[in-house]
Design a protein around this ligand. Structure first.
Ligand code: SF4
Length: 543
């Protein structure tokens, strides 16, 4: 691919003219251009840097790049997908920068990272980064750059020590992790000196203007889409859900002063609009927003909504979407079992799922995609049978509506009350059971690979001993077999795969992210876990 991709871009901001002594910076997305430029997070951080005259930023993707500075001082990565770590290592090599931060010296740039993957649990990737930005970027990024400017000519060591003082800036090498044994439990995680904060607090932005696209291009994976963030986080707090727990509190963009002006600006350059957020329809003024988009002047606008809460699917919403070129809707039901939904704190009843399907059909949509999970803590085989039963009921209640069930395996995520649970090995069989039951009913069943869930769980609960394993796995390929092979090779140097993936961890132990404070304290998360357990004898959780 040539740099012509950049000429197809329509910018919605004005880049600054860099000062002569601007900080030469590379801002990378560790995947292809089409994927990276579709990430709202990447777009916004890049534009923020490009609007500063004290930074000269060039973009880097795996398949293309702008003209890169010969001696960058800062190299940033926006990480949205766990397995992209392989591309981070490849790009470091491409730039002739040592992969391990311990091998870098004063001639190398400060390698920083941010984004959802690193904010959730940066520890498996700790050895590859000098600095990790935890939390919302709005104020954090500017504070980081300002602090860097203060120590720009200092040694690498001094720079890192100064940067570690900025709230939300995590410098992994300044924390020492001790273990009971090389392959044993974590004993302590402490800063190497008293000047370094013992706990790094993830940053929360509290303004009422959320993000919006800074660039629109036909080369994006979602061609020509203009995205606006309608809400951040989700107030529902399903006990497994990182999209809610990691980004609390729930925040909504002001319709009057933020969303409408942003949409007006975006729709001047495209007619494709995406409303983003973990629970878009939960915006208290969602109806007002919909009415605004429903104006005749926007009749040709194609609308996509990232997430719709099941009990907000009204016939009116379905009608609006059908009119705007959306054929089907996705709702997350997690399970057909009311008991399991109680355990996970999902306030949804089977009757509401049926009503959503009826409304979708009445409104003119042709399909409904449901999203479920197997292996939820407390799940018994009967619960999976109930999912089959609900799908059968839906078929009867909304005949002709194309039904799809996408299904993943429960994966524990850091900073959620279910972080202590392991992956249920029975999940694979349960996915096969659903496949067998639903196919003959004419229901399209789309399971997510069980092996991929195992790898996700490993990265999601990993500690920094995994860094060496990830480097090794990279040479073997990205299958689960490659990870197993690397574990075998490193036997005795870190716990085994089962410990990270399947074991239920004691709530007394030290978590790998113990020193990284999320929105809620560990005590609160334990309380939410206890609430969940009160619904069921979770001793049966590993069944
Ligand atoms: S409703 Fe969806 S986004 Fe909200 S907490 Fe539950 S799973 Fe997460």
């Amino acid at each position: 691919m040539t740099s012509s991709v950049f000429t197809a871009e329509r910018l919605l901001f004005t880049p600054a003219n860099p000062d002569t002594d601007a900080i030469p910076t590379i801002f990378a997305f560790p995947n292809e251009y089409g994927v990276g430029i579709t990430s709202l997070g990447y777009q916004v951080v890049w534009a923020t840097l490009a609007m500063r005259s004290d930074v000269q930023v060039s973009r880097l993707f795996t398949d293309t790049h702008e003209q890169l500075p010969r001696n960058p001082e800062l190299l940033g990565f926006s990480v949205s997908w766990e397995l992209d770590y392989v591309n981070i290592l490849n790009l470091l090599e491409f730039l002739e920068i040592p992969i391990q931060e311990t091998s870098r010296d004063d001639s190398h740039p400060i390698v920083f990272g941010g984004g959802p993957v690193l904010t959730a649990n940066p520890e498996p990737f700790a050895d590859f980064f000098d600095v990790i930005l935890l939390g919302d970027g709005e104020n954090l990024l500017g504070n980081f750059i300002e602090a860097y400017k203060e120590v720009r000519s200092a040694s690498r060591k001094t720079k890192l020590q100064a940067l570690a003082q900025v709230p939300g800036v995590y410098v992994p090498s300044l924390y020492e992790v001790k273990y009971d044994a090389p392959d044993g439990a974590i004993q302590s995680i402490l800063p190497i000196s008293t000047e370094i904060p013992a706990v790094v607090q993830k940053q929360t932005y509290r303004g009422n203007a959320l993000s919006a696209s800074t660039v629109v291009t036909e080369k994006a994976a979602w061609e020509n889409i203009y995205m606006v963030e309608v809400v951040r986080s989700c107030p529902e707090m399903c006990r497994f859900c990182m999209a809610s727990y990691l980004t609390l509190p729930f925040r909504t963009a002001s319709v009057e002063s933020s969303l409408i002006p942003a949409i007006e600006k975006g729709l001047l350059v495209t007619n494709r609009l995406g409303l983003l957020g973990a629970s878009v329809t939960q915006h208290p003024e969602f109806e007002t927003l919909l009415d605004y988009i429903n104006q005749p002047k926007y009749d040709d606008v194609r609308l996509s909504i990232a997430s719709v809460r099941t009990n907000t699917v009204t016939a009116q919403l379905a009608k609006t979407l059908a009119k705007r070129d959306t054929r089907s809707l996705t709702i997350a039901i997690e399970s057909g079992s009311e008991k399991l939904r109680q355990i996970i704190n999902k306030k949804l009843h089977n009757d509401e799922i049926i009503q959503a399907a009826v409304n979708a059909k009445v409104g003119g949509l042709t399909g409904l995609k449901l999203y479920g999970m197997v292996g939820i803590p407390g799940e018994e085989p009967e619960d999976v049978e109930q999912t089959v039963a609900v799908m059968r009921r839906l078929k009867k209640a909304a005949p002709g509506l194309r039904l799809t069930l996408g299904c993943s395996t429960f994966v524990p995520k850091a900073h959620t009350p279910f972080q202590w649970f392991g992956v249920n090995p029975q999940a694979e069989k349960r996915l096969q059971f659903l496949q067998k039951q639903l196919k003959p009913q004419g229901i399209d069943f789309r399971p997510e690979s069980y092996n991929w869930s195992i790898i996700q769980a490993l990265l999601s609960r990993g500690d920094r001993r995994l860094s060496q394993l990830l480097e090794l796995t990279r040479n073997y390929g990205d299958s689960l077999g490659s990870y197993r092979r690397a574990f075998k090779q490193l036997k005795g140097q870190l716990p085994d795969l089962d410990f990270y993936v399947h074991a239920h961890w004691s709530t007394e132990g030290l978590l790998p992210w113990h020193h990284l404070q999320g929105p809620l304290s560990e005590t609160t998360l334990r309380k939410h876990l206890a609430d969940a357990m009160s619904y069921s004898d979770l001793i049966a959780m590993s069944k």
